[in-house]
Design a protein around this ligand. Structure first.
Ligand SMILES: *[C@@H]1O[C@H](CO)[C@@H](O)[C@H](O)[C@H]1NC(C)=O
Ligand SMILES: *[C@@H]1O[C@H](CO)[C@@H](O)[C@H](O)[C@H]1NC(C)=O
Ligand SMILES: *[C@@H]1O[C@H](CO)[C@@H](O)[C@H](O)[C@H]1NC(C)=O
Ligand SMILES: *[C@@H]1O[C@H](CO)[C@@H](O)[C@H](O)[C@H]1NC(C)=O
Ligand SMILES: *[C@@H]1O[C@H](CO)[C@@H](O)[C@H](O)[C@H]1NC(C)=O
Ligand SMILES: *[C@@H]1O[C@H](CO)[C@@H](O)[C@H](O)[C@H]1NC(C)=O
Ligand SMILES: *[C@@H]1O[C@H](CO)[C@@H](O)[C@H](O)[C@H]1NC(C)=O
Ligand SMILES: *[C@@H]1O[C@H](CO)[C@@H](O)[C@H](O)[C@H]1NC(C)=O
Length: 260
C-alpha cells in the first residue's frame, strides 16, 4: 500500500500525540478489548451524510472484516478519486483469531462513534488498530510512555537498541503475511529483562518495513519514552512496544484467521 523509497519517507506527516500510560492498569493480553488507547479524528476534512464518501465508507467497513490476509491483516479500498476510501486493520501478531476479530469489530463501531464525520480516522487498541482515509499520506503517530524511569538511561537504551534492531530485522524478513517479532534481552544494572515487540503491516516490502521501524526507533530519544522502562510508538504502517515485563504471548503461534 504505502511503498515509497526511503528518501520519500519524510513526506509523511508525523501527527504525533503523546501521553503517559499507567501500566499497572494495562494488563498483558486482556480478554476483552480495552477502550482505544488513542484515537485520532482528523478534523481538517469532514464528510457530510448521504454523500458517496459516506456510502463508500459504509461499504468499506462492512467489507473489511471479510478481507483476510490469513494473519490478522485486513484491507479494503473502494470508490474513485476524491470519494475513494482506503481502510485497513492489523491485529497484533500474537493474539488469537477470535480476539482479533472482536477487536476489529469493536474498533469499527468505536471509531465511527468517536469520529462521526471525519474523512480520516485511526483507532489504536492493545490488540489491533484500524484506519480509514481517502489517501495514504499520514502516518498518524501515537507515542505512549510507561511512567516508570530507568535507573541507568544509557545502559538501558543501548540494550534496548540492540533488542529493537534484532527484532526489526526479524519482523521485516517475515514475508508477505506477517511482519511481526517479539523477544527479550537482559539489561543491567538491575537484572531486569527488556521485552520487545515490533510489527509492520505485511504489505510493506522488507526494506520499507525495516526503514519504517528504524525511523520510529530512532525517534525514541526525541520522545517522552526516552528514559522510561516502557514505551510504544504506534504508526499506521509500523509500530513497536517494549516493557520490563512479558506483555506478549510467547507461546502463541502465527495466527491464521479462517475466512468468515
Ligand atoms: C491488501 O492486501 C492484499 C493481500 O492480503 C494485497 O495483495 C493488496 O496489495 C493489499 N492492498 C493494499 C492497498 O494494501
Ligand atoms: C497506577 O494505577 C494504579 C491502579 O489504578 C494506582 O494505584 C497507582 O497509583 C497509579 N500510579 C500512578 C503513578 O499513577
Ligand atoms: C469537522 O467536524 C468536527 C466535529 O465533528 C469539527 O470540530 C471540525 O471543526 C470540523 N472540521 C471542518 C474542517 O469543518
Ligand atoms: C481527501 O479529502 C479532502 C477533503 O474533502 C480533499 O481536500 C482531498 O483532496 C482528498 N484527497 C484525495 C487524495 O482525494
Ligand atoms: C463481527 O461483526 C459481524 C457483523 O456485525 C458479526 O457477524 C460477527 O459475529 C462479529 N464477530 C465478532 C467476533 O464479534
Ligand atoms: C475532532 O472531532 C472529534 C469528534 O467530532 C472531537 O471529539 C474532537 O475533540 C475534535 N478534535 C479537535 C482537535 O477539534
Ligand atoms: C522520572 O524522572 C523525572 C526526571 O528526573 C522526574 O521528574 C519524575 O518524577 C520521575 N518519575 C517517576 C515516576 O519516578
Ligand atoms: C497464548 O497463546 C496460546 C496459543 O494460541 C493460547 O493457548 C493461550 O491462551 C494464549 N495466552 C494468552 C494469555 O492469551
Amino acid at each position: 500500500m504505502i511503498i515509497l523509497p526511503r528518501k520519500h519517507l519524510f513526506l509523511f506527516s508525523l501527527l504525533t500525540f503523546t501521553y503517559t500510560l499507567n501500566t499497572t492498569t494495562s494488563l498483558a493480553i486482556a480478554q476483552q478489548p480495552p477502550p482505544f488507547f488513542h484515537h485520532i479524528c482528523l478534523n481538517t476534512s469532514n464528510y457530510t451524510i448521504n454523500t458517496p464518501y459516506q456510502q463508500n465508507l459504509d461499504t468499506a467497513l462492512a467489507t473489511l472484516p471479510t478481507t483476510n490476509s490469513g494473519s490478522g491483516y485486513f484491507n479494503f479500498t473502494t470508490g474513485q478519486e476524491t470519494n475513494r476510501v482506503i481502510s485497513f486493520a492489523l491485529c497484533r501478531g500474537d493474539i488469537d483469531p477470535a480476539l482479533c476479530r472482536r477487536c476489529l469489530n469493536d474498533s469499527i463501531v468505536g471509531l465511527r462513534e468517536r469520529c462521526p464525520n471525519q474523512i480520516e480516522a485511526v483507532g489504536y487498541y492493545n490488540e489491533c488498530f484500524l484506519k480509514y482515509s481517502n489517501f495514504t499520506g499520514n502516518n498518524n503517530e501515537v507515542v505512549l510512555a510507561n511512567l516508570q524511569n530507568t535507573s541507568d538511561v544509557d545502559r538501558f537504551n543501548s540494550d534496548l537498541r540492540q533488542l529493537m534492531d534484532k527484532l526489526r530485522g526479524e519482523a521485516a524478513a517475515g514475508g508477505p503475511l506477517l511482519k511481526f517479532a517479539t523477544g527479550s534481552m537482559p539489561s543491567g544494572p538491575d537484572f531486569t529483562t527488556i521485552y520487545g515487540l515490533v510489527q509492520c503491516t505485511p504489505d510493506l516490502s522488507q526494506r520499507v518495513c525495516s526503514d519504517c521501524l528504524e525511523a520510529a526507533i530512532n525517534r525514541i530519544p526525541n520522545t517522552n519514552i526516552y528514559g522510561k522502562v516502557g514505551g510504544r510508538i504506534l504508526q499506521s504502517t509500523c509500530n513497536f512496544r517494549y516493557e520490563i515485563y512479558e506483555f506478549f504471548n510467547r507461546t502463541a503461534p502465527t495466527i491464521l484467521i479462517p475466512s468468515p
